[in-house]
Design a binder for this molecule. Structure first.
Ligand code: PLP
Length: 443
């Protein structure tokens, strides 16, 4: 046993699998066993493993300039090039971007920039943030407070109350609907709950509403049609900013460039990006904000003498070079188009499991999906604890596929965007075996 404290791990279990190398959509363990990466690592290795261009870009940039910081306005061309390409891609008006290292720190940056902005425009009391139940936004103190999953709070004394995080409904019809309620009625009810929350707290105290357009870690929840349009109408009515956490859904994952496009979310004021920004070849994140928010921050920083926020690795030149090359490959090789086509195929094949006796719901969009296992197919009642999900995940692994059990007993699928139709078929075949074995396990 090593001395590593493993992240997001039952500390009694610790080491489970030693991964040694990767190639394309596959990884290999220390005994040479091959696994199809059904979750693209942690929803991030979009271009797969051992991509020669990304490796060469890394080596070249390392040789040229292995490090330079951005404090005090010091800059480098590759960082500028990345910022230009990225801000031209995102659906954020006159976008400006702050670079970080992870999705969590990018969300913390946004929390701080929101405070900075509302202080700047003379509304210091407008700092609360509405986040949804079961959302995942990261694990640093602020981002974990936005996260709505109990394991990320319990024993950590989170959420951190001073942040003013307000909680609203998860838009999950399958579990959230009242008996007999239609999808439309469900949406109207939870959007009404949102409005009541705003009225109770006071719109003047609320800065933003954060949402993953389609959730990942909380079980791949795709909100019903019309949900975001109604949410945005309420937010606009009360002058509350929409903040899209696209750490998973960004860059082709949902069948379009961004999850906002797929879900019809218009002009978010803030957007968080990481993971597929560099295909996970280097850690890098981006906190994107609307131009006018940035403009308002300029004078106050001049008064203090500094915008006092920055990481040693903000705009790291090697990470920036790799991210820039990743975006170029997306464009040149029409990766989003490929992901849209294959995504449709993957959804069709995943939905074949709807009739499986163990499956309560199949959900997803593009190349992200989940299969939820339930104890009672008719009522949708789930299993206690997460043992069934863990068993199914291990069964997939035994058959040569890596996935993750999320939200208890859902298996998540989010393969590299470069997978072939044959690899989607392979995924489905292995999942079929795992579901049958899991059915034997529970009966
Ligand atoms: N936001 C979302 C939607 C995520 O899925 C994640 C990670 O899975 C994060 C934020 C946090 O990113 P990181 O793990 O890079 O800190």
């Amino acid at each position: 046993m090593s001395n590593i404290i493993y992240p997001t791990t039952n500390l009694k279990v610790t080491e489970t699998l030693t991964i040694e190398r990767g190639d394309g959509a596959y990884v290999y363990d220390s005994e040479g066993n091959q696994y199809l990466e059904g979750l693209a690592g942690l929803w991030c290795t979009s271009l797969g493993y051992n991509n020669r261009e990304l490796i060469d870009t890394t080596a070249e940039q390392m040789g040229k300039l292995s490090y330079s910081h951005m404090f005090g306005g010091k800059t480098h061309q590759v960082g500028i090039d990345l910022s230009e390409k990225l801000t031209a891609m995102v659906p954020v008006e006159n976008a400006k971007v702050f670079f970080g290292n992870s999705g969590s720190d990018a969300n913390d940056t946004h929390v701080k920039m929101l405070r900075y902005y509302f202080n700047a425009i003379g509304k210091p009391e407008k700092f609360k943030i509405i986040a949804r139940e079961r959302s995942y936004h990261g694990v640093t103190v602020a981002s974990a407070s936005l996260t709505g999953l109990p394991p990320n709070h319990t024993n950590f004394d989170l959420p951190f109350n001073a942040l003013g995080v307000l909680r609203t409904d998860a838009p999950h019809y399958f579990h959230g609907a009242l008996p007999g309620e239609t999808e439309e009625q469900f949406v109207d009810r939870i959007v009404n709950n949102l409005e009541q929350l705003i009225l109770k707290e006071g719109a003047d105290t609320i800065a933003a509403f954060i949402a993953e357009p389609i959730t990942g870690a909380s079980g791949v929840i795709v909100p019903p049609k019309g949900y975001y349009q109604k949410v945005q109408a309420i937010l606009n009515k009360y002058d509350i900013l929409f903040w899209a956490d696209e750490v998973i859904t960004g860059f082709g994952r949902t069948g379009n460039d961004f999850g906002c496009t797929t879900m019809g979310i218009e002009s978010p004021a803030l957007m968080t990006l990481a993971k597929q920004l560099s295909s996970a070849y280097m850690p890098i994140s981006a906190s994107v904000i609307r131009g006018d928010i940035y403009e308002a921050m300029i004078e106050p920083s001049a008064k203090v003498g500094v915008f006092g926020h920055g990481y040693t690795y903000s705009g790291h030149p090697v990470a920036a070079a790799v991210a820039l090359k990743t975006l170029e490959i997306y464009e040149r090789d029409n990766i989003f188009g490929h992901a849209a086509t294959l995504g449709e195929y993957m959804q069709k094949r995943l939905h074949e499991f709807e009739d499986h006796p163990l499956v309560g719901e199949v959900r997803g969009e593009g190349m992200i999906g989940a299969v939820e296992m339930v104890s009672d197919k008719r009522s949708g009642a789930g299993f206690e604890g997460g043992a069934v999900g863990t068993f199914a995940m291990q069964s997939c692994q035994k058959h040569g596929m890596i996935t993750r059990a999320v939200a208890g007993n859902s298996l998540a699928f989010c393969p590299p965007l470069i997978v072939t139709e044959a690899q989607v078929d392979e995924m489905i075949e292995k999942l079929g075996k795992a579901l049958d074995e899991t059915l034997d396990f529970v009966t």
